[in-house]
Design a protein around this ligand. Structure first.
Ligand code: CAO
Length: 415
């Protein structure tokens, strides 16, 4: 048995790299490829594995030492099998040879390099790095709960568990690193409701898989609003809350009839377009538990007051957790109104498998030039997001133009 000095192998062009971890102690029996120390430069961290098996006789480095290629790390008493043949004798020269994994071409980064992220280099010991490699975990994505944010085995296991419990997505986004926000100030952690989690999954899938474009336009609703105000109280006396929304539902039905491509869905292969001859309009309803979209079935066959009643009923059911699956199925097109709140425009996310959605922001009085003078008109912002695989910009412009026409003169909805 021979004593051998193990030295830092070829680690690329970097020198004076700090020892941040020592993984063995005097007396340890080590195997070939067992990590001995971890070096960390300002750009990366790397494990130095043992090129030979044997027993550690003496440590020649301390934490904080700066090492370069060829620096002595420790002395081992090499195992017998290492010294059985002359070619395998662990002479200093043989041991100085970089381990297989530590032999990058000059132009390549050194072995086991963790590329840095804006949040810094991953701090982890060799055992944790080994575990991460085994599980295919990128340590840059794992938050460290050990001293100085060092990543522990438990952190790697927790990361894997979290990843496995997350819904899969067809996107290739790199996972977001966990951040301990409490280091910056007080925090309060709240679980998302089931509706919020489902909405999150659905909107993420739609947003990542559908090429969205949003067409903005305005509609002059002065006359409709004047009409609505004139009959609103009568309807209220009959228990019907007549808002602007039922008029918008009717206008959308008219536009869907005019431009049937908006009343369609792509099949799951994305190669066939399914055109629908029914007119079911979803209405986004905000509830304390999240957003739900009940559907007004056969809106083309219903009067404005019927639709007003149904919106009120569905919104009431949504707030009281009374919606059934049937209330939420079969939509062709969705209307999302933030009209009672504020804002000038927004970009709604398509309610897949539909191909378009209309967002409504609050109507505002605006000066509109009629060719001779500016007139005060109540202008309603329209925000039409559409699936560019199915609808092109010209069609989208025609859709909002049609909406604007029928909303300006409600009689056109009857045509
Ligand atoms: N411009 C001006 N006034 C508007 C308007 C608009 N775009 N939209 C609604 N209004 C008016 C209504 O006409 C009504 O006026 P009156 O008091 O004179 O009758 C008033 O604002 C209140 O309307 P409302 O909000 O109570 O009723 P609604 O029929 O317009 O909407 C509902 C019902 C259930 C859709 C709505 O309450 C809601 O939940 N909206 C949120 C939808 C949402 O969250 N969308 C975003 C999805 S993306 O996160």
């Amino acid at each position: 048995m021979a004593n051998s000095t193990i030295k830092v192998p070829n680690i690329g062009d970097i020198t004076d790299v700090e020892v941040i971890e020592i993984s063995v102690k005097v007396g340890d029996q080590i195997q070939q490829e067992d990590p001995l120390i971890t070096l960390e430069s300002d750009k990366a961290a790397m494990d130095i594995p043992s090129p030979e098996a044997g027993k550690v006789l003496e440590l020649l480095v301390q934490l904080g030492d700066k090492l370069s290629q060829g620096s002595a790390i420790l002395i081992i008493e090499a195992d017998e099998k290492n010294s059985q043949t002359p070619s395998e004798t662990p002479t200093d020269e043989a041991i100085e040879k970089p381990a297989k994994a530590a032999m990058p071409p000059k132009t390549s980064p050194p072995m086991q390099m963790d590329t840095p992220t804006p949040s810094g280099t991953a701090h982890a010991g060799p055992a944790v790095r080994k575990l991460a490699r085994k599980l295919g975990v990128d340590l840059q994505q794992v938050g460290g709960s050990g001293p100085h944010k060092r990543i522990l085995k438990e952190d790697v296991h927790a990361y894997v568990k979290t990843k496995l419990s997350q819904p899969t997505s067809n996107s290739d986004f790199p996972p977001r690193p966990d951040i301990d926000f409490s280091q910056f100030g007080d925090i309060d952690t709240q679980a998302l409701s089931k509706i919020q989690r489902l909405t999150g999954q659905n909107t993420l899938r739609a947003w990542s898989s559908i090429p969205h474009v949003t067409q903005f336009d305005t509609a002059d609703i002065s006359d409709i609003e004047e009409f609505r105000q004139s009959i609103k109280q009568d309807y209220a006396d009959k228990g019907i809350k007549l808002t602007i929304l039922p008029f918008l539902v009717k206008a959308v039905v008219s536009a869907l009839k005019e431009l049937p491509r908006f009343n369609s869905s792509l099949d799951s292969s994305g190669e066939q377009l399914i055109l629908k001859s029914y007119f079911n309009i979803g209405i986004a309803v905000d509830t304390p538990r999240g957003l739900v979209v009940p559907v007004i079935k056969q809106a083309d066959c219903k009067s404005i007051s019927d639709i007003a009643l149904e919106i009120a009923e569905l919104a009431d059911k949504a707030h009281n957790k009374k919606l059934k699956t049937i209330d939420l199925e079969g939509g062709c097109f969705t209307l999302s109104s933030l009209g009672h709140l504020s804002g000038t425009a927004f970009t709604p996310i398509i309610n897949e498998p539909e191909v378009a959605i209309l967002g409504i922001s609050p109507a505002k009085m605006q000066p509109v030039y009629d060719g001779q003078a500016f007139q005060p008109r109540l202008m309603l912002p329209l925000c039409l997001s559409y699936d560019h695989r199915v609808i092109d910009g010209v069609l989208a412009a025609k859709f909002t133009q049609h909406l604007a026409e029928v909303l300006k003169d409600a009689r056109k909805m009857l045509l």
